[in-house]
Design a binder for this molecule. Structure first.
Ligand SMILES: [Fe+2]
Length: 265
């Protein structure tokens, strides 16, 4: 029986760089269901309130009807992947931007190749202060984070959670992303996982190998937790009980013993 939940997915037709029409969306839904998913949060790219929530909801309802007609047991929930903008908090408060299933959790996308915007830290702080819980999608692909692992801890300190892509762990997104994903795993900074699928034929849907790799290093129930229990709590808007981040021991800055410091002085 299908029980998995995908928190980040571009399944809606003709709204972003996902499926170009409803047939392709139905095909993607069939693929997701065949791989064990029963619920998908539809998270089209959004910037500055566009596409408007009404457009996302109308498209979602149209696709959901088509899935019922096609007898594909996949439930779609509303969401968006909000690109970071200084006015995001205002847009959320005015309901001009969608959170994940109308909870306080939202996908907050950072620029992939450019430096982090100067307002990023202040925005994270203000979002948290206002009760929102920002989740940064695919941090492993954000060059500013790949190049500065301390920034991963810093943004988390300011309230950011991280959603890593399953495929990153098997190298589907390149070696830099794989290395960052691994570092995050070792640092207890992988809070959520998702496919970020855009098309039915994407290799990002092949999560089995990643699940195996993760279970081998984190314990047998890890992938199940990340595919069912944790996303279930998130879409219900519940608190996520997450482990505290830790700098991996093998990478921790070496502490100079007290006596050595004394002698050096
Ligand atoms: Fe995405």
């Amino acid at each position: 029986m299908s029980t998995y939940i995908d928190l980040h997915n571009h399944i809606l037709p003709g709204i972003d760089d996902g499926p170009k029409d409803i047939n392709e969306s139905v095909k993607l839904a069939r693929e997701l269901n065949a791989r064990g998913f029963e619920t998908v949060v539809a998270t089209p790219h959004a910037l500055g309130g566009k596409p408007a929530p009404e457009k996302i909801l109308t498209t979602l309802n149209r696709l959901q009807e088509a899935l019922v007609e096609e007898e594909i047991p996949l439930t779609l929930l509303p969401g968006s992947e909000q690109h970071i903008t200084p006015d995001l908090l205002e847009k959320l408060d005015k309901k001009e931007s969608l959170t994940l299933n109308n909870t306080s959790y939202l996908l907050l996308e950072l620029p992939m190749l450019q430096p982090l915007p100067l307002f990023a830290e202040e925005l994270l702080f203000n979002l948290n202060k206002s009760g929102y819980r920002p989740v940064i999608p695919h941090p492993e692909r954000v060059v500013a984070l790949q190049m500065n692992e301390h920034m991963l801890f810093r943004l988390h300190q300011l309230g950011a959670l991280y959603q890593v892509t399953w495929g990153a762990f098997t190298g589907l997104l390149g070696s830099a992303a794989q290395k960052t994903a691994r570092f995050m795993l070792d640092s207890s900074l992988v809070h959520l996982l998702a496919t970020d699928a855009h098309h039915p034929d994407t290799s990002l849907l092949k999560i089995d190998k990643a699940a195996l790799v993760l279970d081998q290093s984190m314990g047998q129930s890890y992938s199940k937790t990340m595919l069912t229990e944790r996303p279930k709590k998130l879409i219900a808007g519940d608190f996520l009980d997450l482990p505290a981040p830790k700098y991996p021991e093998s990478r921790a800055p070496r502490r100079v013993p007290f006596l050595s410091r004394l002698f050096r002085a």
